[in-house]
Design a protein around this ligand. Structure first.
Ligand SMILES: C[S@@+](CC[C@H](N)C(=O)[O-])C[C@H]1O[C@@H](n2cnc3c(N)ncnc32)[C@H](O)[C@@H]1O
Length: 268
């Protein structure tokens, strides 16, 4: 069986595609091991609460790598005032990691709101700039229409595990971010964005949100990107090239964090 891209996420594709081009059996071994690990996770013998504590048993290496990247971004914005936005949430793992990192690094900073934007019905449209990769189609990467309610419930429970639990410190904004991000910023003109994580994968919302966010950035703000220099999703790079220019800021990656994506720039 040829391994298929499962999530459309750059990290996940790195595992699948890199191996696919080198050794299909190796990729299959990885996927089969994932299936067996999934079955073992379902049969964890010590109950649901203990399973939460033992979650590292089932953390895949590229997920740990992503966590390390997000942690590095978070540490850099500790002295920068403002909120964290994630543009393209999907099932919300990055939002959950940002929430955990806030609790670890600055539990008293209730101003560090975490705001996620997604349609939860997948790509609302695709453009010529997005190329012809198989996942790039209207509705691609959908989570199911009601997933935002599930995610709010998860994040609300997480909030009970940190100080100021009575204050809502996250927001999930559903809809086409080309519309919802400018609307959010118009409704919340006080917003400073310390970190924006771009993970739409595609051109139009990346372009529109970059334009909308620019006046809300400060020196030291970080813009991080999941798919720059990514042949499967060229639209993200085209948007950055058009709105910011590729030579305006140093587009950096974390040495030692593994192959390819993601990358980031710091507003100077
Ligand atoms: C690669 S996924 C995000 C993955 C997520 N950051 C994670 O860590 O798992 C891309 C997401 O962007 C969303 N998306 C794409 N275009 C959008 C748009 N115009 N407005 C809102 N969400 C959009 C899709 O619905 C999809 O959930």
């Amino acid at each position: 069986m040829t391994p298929q891209p499962t999530t459309g996420h750059a990290d996940d594709r790195v595992v699948t595609n890199d191996l696919q081009s080198m050794d299909i059996r190796a990729a299959n071994r990885f996927i089969e091991a994932e299936d067996r690990l999934g079955a073992l996770a379902k049969n964890f013998p010590a109950g649901d609460r203990e399973a939460l504590h033992q979650a590292p048993l089932f953390l895949l290496p590229h997920v740990v790598r992503r966590l390390l990247f997000l942690d590095a971004m978070y540490r850099q914005i500790l002295p920068v005032h403002g909120v964290i936005m994630e543009l393209g949430v999907r099932f919300g793992r990055d939002l959950a990691m940002f929430d955990a990192l806030r609790t670890v690094h600055e539990p008293l900073n209730y101003g560090r709101k975490i705001i996620g934007f997604d349609t939860f019905t997948g790509f609302p449209s695709v453009a010529e700039e997005d190329g012809d990769y198989e996942l790039v189609e209207v509705g691609g990467l959908h989570t199911g229409d009601d997933y935002d309610d599930y995610l709010r419930a998860v994040l609300a429970e997480r909030e009970q595990m940190a100080p100021y639990e009575h204050m809502r410190k996250f927001e999930i904004v559903k809809g086409d971010a080309s519309v919802t991000v400018p609307t959010y910023l118009a409704d919340n003109p006080h917003t400073i964005v310390a970190l924006a994580y771009f993970d739409f994968d595609i051109y139009a919302p990346t372009r529109d949100c970059l334009q909308a966010l620019r006046p809300h950035l400060t020196k030291g703000s970080i813009l991080a990107f999941d798919e720059l220099n990514c042949p499967d999703f060229p639209g993200e790079t085209v948007a950055v090239r058009e709105v910011l220019g590729l030579d305006t800021y140093a587009i950096q990656r974390l040495p030692g964090i593994g192959p390819g994506m993601p990358s980031y720039l710091v507003i100077e």
